[in-house]
Ligand binder design. Sequence first.
Ligand SMILES: [Zn+2]
Length: 210
Amino acid sequence: MQMNKMVKPGEAMSLATGLARPSREEAEAAVRTLIRWAGDDPGREGLAGTPDRVVRSYEEFFAGYDRDPRDMLQRTFEEVEGYDEVVALRDIRLESHCEHHMVPIIGKVHVGYLPDKRVVGISKLARVVDAFAHRLQIQEKLTAQIANTLQEVLQPRGVAVVIEAAHQCMTTRGVHKSDVTMVTSRMLGAFRDNGETRREFLSMIGRTSI
Ligand SMILES: [Zn+2]
């Protein structure tokens, strides 16, 4: 860590990195620099409010740096009448940003787990997805982070995560392959060891294979 990045009293800090955050004014100045770099005039009327709007957008896109996904899974329910089958939440909308180009990754996340005596509210699964998605990501890391966090905190008999997504760094720039989606999966515990359990999850999300 460089000394000039260390947090001084009164300065905002990133929970995820422990590094100091620049001020809003510095962030807006950086947007004006990029507008000039693109070839336009940040002083013209149509662009006057743009740095402010871009910075606000970043607050939404990257809100995950202020959230701890582990906290979201602390509340669980044990009165489940012995339910011990797969729980799956499919088609969770994914909105993330690729860490190489900072452009959108848009797709779907399917999450499953095999409970061991306790379950978690299903909205919490979607919140965990959102917390990791609202950071700079690559799809492989996102898939693993969601699965590993569910496994560590809930300690179920297994976790399955499948992500299908289009990367705008591939669809709107570079090779311009508009119809390509990327599929990643992480299978832990019973979903990794037991073909029957894995097939059951895949059929629940409408796939026959990965
Ligand atoms: Zn990219």
